[in-house]
Design a protein around this ligand. Structure first.
Ligand code: SF4
Length: 409
């Protein structure tokens, strides 16, 4: 066919081709803020803060639930492998006897008589490492250790023991996290040097509702610990509890606070209150699945790069409800024998559940934010080694020169 005819035929085909109209879901996906999409190139963008106002977060939270979940699922897919869920195990290494008065907690000494929980001493290193080994063998890739303390002051020997636990767990090639109460910048630095991946310190709820839950520690003190952790180069794990008696605005307030941190938390745990008999909140009702999903989905949209951790209380939701939470953006769970003093589902049960929904466990150090911090840490260690070798070289050079002068003299 001559070239002129071919061109004519092509233009006729183009003119008669049916116009493709974009699927409505594309318009919704396109409505995801550009800043969120840009976080895909996270490796080159340390600051992913999006400048949310509280009103904007509230608007997201209040949007129709199915639309909210769809939008969260879209953000999730842009920032995380959608088929991966991190499996974490949280061990209590020091039970009860805490001087704080968190009204949801069985470990506060204030409620010890009513709760009937006996305070215990700090567990020894070998017992903890055996538990970490068991967690790893069962597929957990992050091992967390919790101690019921206000802070670490006056606990020098205990702190040294904890540093050994951190070193031991890190040597198993697991991500290692601790939650030990308030932390000074010096303690944060030591934990980092021992190999700590993340430090958990929750804000619990909104700034306004917080005094109704805890009176012995201020909101700003919590923020100071979070800052000490971040400054040391450790990943921040910080979230809250829903079901404390707060309202929707307080859940929004918590997520908004997180969005205002200098960098988003690596991990945002969403705990559904486990109302423990003997605590002041023992009569609180379980949060509805809709409240839970709204909180998870809003957190996923506002904190796109964070791991959203469906933490305590998960066991009280059906498997389908849990699957909805994964759809809404949750991508970490606690699994194993217990979660501090509250029950959780076991490894076998959770592996089977994830398998039924086409999900699988996340490997250690696979999340982008953790990997970035680990890379930075490795780089710092290499530079420190280089400069120390350089200094030694200078010292050797100086002493050789001095020796030559002595011989010459
Ligand atoms: S600081 Fe921790 S252990 Fe102590 S009462 Fe509060 S939640 Fe419980």
């Amino acid at each position: 066919m001559p070239a002129g005819q071919r061109t004519l035929l092509a233009s006729l085909r183009a003119a008669t081709r049916p116009q493709r109209r974009p699927h409505p879901s594309l318009a919704l996906a396109r409505s995801i803020p550009t800043a969120t999409i840009q976080t895909r190139s996270l490796a080159s963008q340390v600051d992913t803060r999006q400048g949310w106002t509280r009103e904007q977060v509230q608007e997201v939270y209040d949007s129709p639930l199915m639309e909210l979940i769809f939008r969260a699922a879209s953000v999730h897919r842009l920032n995380h492998p959608p088929d991966q869920v991190q499996l974490c195990t949280l061990l209590n290494i020091k039970t009860g006897g805490c001087s704080e008065d968190c009204s949801y907690c069985a470990q506060s000494s204030k409620y010890a008589d009513k709760v009937g929980l006996k305070a215990e001493k700090l567990t020894d290193v070998e017992t903890v490492l055996a538990e970490a080994r068991k967690a790893k063998e069962n597929g957990s890739t992050r091992f967390c250790m919790g101690a019921a303390w206000r802070d670490m002051s006056g606990r020098k020997r205990g702190f040294e023991r904890i540093l050994k636990m951190v070193e031991g767990v890190r040597a198993m090639d697991m991500e290692v996290c601790t939650t030990l109460g308030m932390l000074s910048p010096e303690q944060a630095q030591k934990l980092k040097e021992a190999g700590l991946t993340a430090y958990n310190h929750n804000l619990d709820t909104s700034r306004e509702y917080y005094p109704k839950v805890i009176t012995t520690r201020k909101y700003d003190e919590r923020l100071e610990t979070i800052e000490a952790v971040r400054s040391a180069g450790i990943s921040v794990c910080s979230g809250g509890i829903i079901g404390l008696g707060e309202n929707d605005g307080d859940r929004v307030g918590l997520i908004y606070e997180m969005s205002q941190l200098p960098e988003p938390p690596e991990s945002f745990p969403v705990n559904a209150l486990v109302a423990i008999p003997g605590t002041p909140l023992e009569q609180n009702e379980r949060v509805t699945i809709q409240e839970l999903l709204r909180t998870i989905a809003t957190a996923r949209i506002v904190l796109p790069t964070s791991i959203i951790r469906f933490a305590a209380g998960r066991i009280s939701y059906t498997e389908t409800e849990q699957a909805m939470a994964f759809m809404a953006g949750a991508n970490a769970i606690f699994t194993g024998e217990r979660m501090l003093t509250t029950p959780t589902s076991g490894w076998d049960e959770d592996h089977a559940m994830l398998g039924r929904w086409g999900l699988k466990g996340m490997g250690s150090f696979e999340s982008t934010t953790v990997r970035m911090k680990e890379d930075k840490r490795a780089l710092e260690a290499t530079e420190a080694r280089r400069s120390s070798v350089g200094r030694q070289g200078e010292v050797v050079g100086e002493s050789q020169a001095a020796a030559t002068q002595t011989v010459a003299a």
